[in-house]
Write a protein that binds this ligand. Structure first.
Ligand SMILES: Nc1ncnc2c1ncn2[C@@H]1O[C@H](COP(=O)(O)OP(=O)(O)OP(=O)(O)O)[C@@H](O)[C@H]1O
Length: 229
């Protein structure tokens, strides 16, 4: 579903050169949930951006659902990503002039649902993330955690084959984080999605099927035991 091959990412030149990854490889299959952890600055967000085709590596390729991102054509990447990749990133880019429900429904419309169906399905997704009562609120009138949950509903509602998330439980209280964790697990399993998430949350990492740490420019397996309370 998602395959990164021999990724190298460098910034700057000469004395200021920074190599974040060198020949990094990652394959994620349908129904698999992969957690990536790592120290601040290790390159987790940069890696997600490459996996999403939002930026291009210095070398190597990323294949989404069997096709490599077009290195030179951003519009082609955007088209290929639509309907195939759902994203929940730290800056979740909800559309400020639309309600929570309209934000989710728009993603469904773009994925080919009818208007009536988008609103119906969108409403049920907001209920899934505990926001049924906030459907008609504008993003500016929601808390950070509520906006995060709208972004999660929007990414998952069209049931894309691949979902990428950057700190999905970062702004959430313990109970809501647990609820989202359970939801992610059941949804990705039931819908056979491939999920890659970056997190500092050990509980969330431990709930996934594979845990990797980004360290020294490489992804290495890591045993995520949630720290005891
Ligand atoms: N466009 C860029 N040009 C130069 N350096 C960059 C660029 N983008 C990222 N970096 C550097 O790459 C490093 C990794 O950044 P990144 O945001 O990917 O780390 P991270 O692991 O997600 O960190 P955090 O956990 O703090 O969010 C940082 O040192 C950052 O300054």
């Amino acid at each position: 579903m998602l395959e990164a091959r021999d990724l190298t990412l460098r910034f700057g030149q000469g004395d200021n050169a920074l190599t974040l990854f060198e020949d990094l490889n990652l394959t994620v299959h349908s129904g698999e949930q992969v957690a990536i952890v790592g120290r601040s600055g290790s390159g987790k967000t940069s890696l997600l951006n490459l996996l999403a085709g939002l930026s291009m590596p210095s070398a190597g390729t990323v294949e989404l659902v069997g096709k490599a991102y077009d290195r030179r054509n951003q519009a082609a990447r955007d088209r290929w990503r639509a309907g195939r990749l759902g994203m929940v990133f730290q800056f979740h880019h909800l559309l400020g002039e639309f309600s929570a429900l309209e934000n989710v429904a728009l993603a469904l419309r773009l994925a080919g649902h009818s208007k009536a169906d988008s609103l119906r399905v969108g409403r049920s997704w907001l209920a899934e993330v505990g926001l049924a009562a906030r459907a008609d609120h504008l993003p500016a009138t929601l808390s950070g955690g509520e906006r995060q949950r709208v972004a999660i509903a929007r990414a998952l509602a069209p049931q894309p084959p691949v979902v990428l998330m950057d700190e999905p439980t970062g702004n959430l209280d313990y109970e809501t984080a647990e609820q989202i964790q359970g939801l992610l697990k059941s949804l990705t399993r039931d819908a056979n999605m491939a999920l890659v998430l970056v997190t500092h949350d050990r509980g969330l990492a431990a709930s996934t099927s594979r845990q990797l740490t980004l360290c020294g420019g490489q992804l290495v397996p890591f045993d995520a035991q949630p720290s005891s309370p």
